[in-house]
Design a protein around this ligand. Structure first.
Ligand SMILES: [Zn+2]
Ligand SMILES: [Zn+2]
Length: 345
């Protein structure tokens, strides 16, 4: 079968290769036919060698599909079931972190498309315990963006506990910023503002308005701190969702959020260190929530919200391409012309 393989350590070194179809390795595994796979920012980082990965590896951790084979010990699933899968393959299940209910943060984790072969191909084999049912009223394409949605649900609703009636500022209108916006609206935020730069004036701010942003703030044209204070009656926002990873936005976040507010950090900076106004954080008694990966419960919540029409997952998708056009997908994302790009194997 054709697969997009990152075949070595270093920049680039990725191509379509013919590889053998995977088989069920353990009796509690399933074989999944991939119906749609979404391109993630971390796939681009792997391409550029700026994210951990274990080559040679087939990329792709955001996917949906159908079960085509199941091991003897698989319970509750059958051939033909529409599914999505979590990506925490390799989590040990027995360490302190796993036992405390957070296997997605286990040190042993080797995710699909990063540590073991992923979904930029026709078939994926992996453990049935990571599956979630994909309701009939959610398309395979929308199913492929449930993974990043689950990450944002884990971060915003579970960890930073955004409440209905609160105000939210989102720094960065990239895919994760746009998904965060949709979640904040679905959760009943009273005001959501999204900040960005001149480069975001095209597709990204347009998409943000389409998804219900009350305000878009171009930080290169107006002072985002002054604007947020003005929008919140001088108080600052209840929660600030940092998705840009930009040092400047991270520093400004401390000023845009209110006293006792929460900064929900989802964006990776890609740098060794980022300076922060530490004492401002102390004097404002801020909570800085570092967030990573997704919980089992967040997957169920994400699926529930999409299925009930509360979260317009389809709207976050801007492009659908055949798998062979993966390079075009990467270019669209790097040139900020796309939100979510779906590849069809
Ligand atoms: Zn991802
Ligand atoms: Zn563990």
């Amino acid at each position: 079968m054709k697969a997009v393989v990152k075949y070595g350590k270093g920049k680039g070194l990725m191509e379509v290769r013919d590889i053998p179809e995977p088989k069920i390795a353990k009796e509690d595994d399933v074989l999944i036919e991939v119906k749609a796979v979404s391109v993630c920012g971390s796939d681009l980082h792997i391409y550029h060698d700026s994210h951990p990965y274990w080559p040679p590896v087939v990329l792709g951790h955001e996917f949906s599909g159908v079960i085509v084979d199941a091991g003897k010990e698989v319970k509750g699933w059958k051939v033909g079931d529409r599914i999505v899968s979590e990506t925490r393959t390799g989590s040990c299940g027995v360490c302190y972190i796993c036992q405390s209910g957070f296997p997605q943060v286990c040190e042993q984790k080797r995710p699909y498309g990063i540590g073991i072969n992923g979904a930029y191909t026709k078939y994926v084999a992996g453990p049935a315990r990571l599956l979630h049912a994909l309701p009939d009223n959610i398309s395979f394409e929308a199913g492929a963006v449930i993974e990043p949605i689950a990450i944002c649900v884990t971060s915003i609703l579970e960890r930073s506990q955004l409440q209905a009636g609160e105000s939210a500022v989102i720094t960065g209108p990239g895919p994760i910023g746009l998904i965060s916006l949709a979640i904040a609206k679905a959760a009943g935020a009273k005001m959501v503002a999204v900040t960005g730069t001149n480069a975001d004036e095209g597709m990204r701010f347009q998409k943000a308005r389409e998804l219900g942003a009350d305000f878009t703030i171009n930080a290169e044209k107006e002072n985002p701190i002054e604007k947020v204070l003005q929008l919140t009656g001088g108080l600052g926002s209840d929660i600030l969702i940092e998705t840009s990873g930009s040092g400047r936005a991270i520093s400004q976040a401390f000023e845009m959020v209110r006293r006792l507010g929460r900064i929900c950090a989802i964006g990776i900076s890609g740098k060794e260190e980022v300076p922060i106004p530490y004492d401002r954080g102390i004097f404002k008694a801020l909570r800085y929530d570092f967030c990573f990966s997704s919980s089992w419960t967040a997957w169920e919540k994400a699926i529930g919200m999409i299925s009930k029409g509360l979260l317009p997952a389809e709207k976050i998708i801007t492009h659908k391409l055949p798998l062979e056009k993966w390079e075009e997908a990467f270019h669209l994302l790097e040139n900020l012309q796309a939100a979510k790009v779906i590849l069809i194997p």
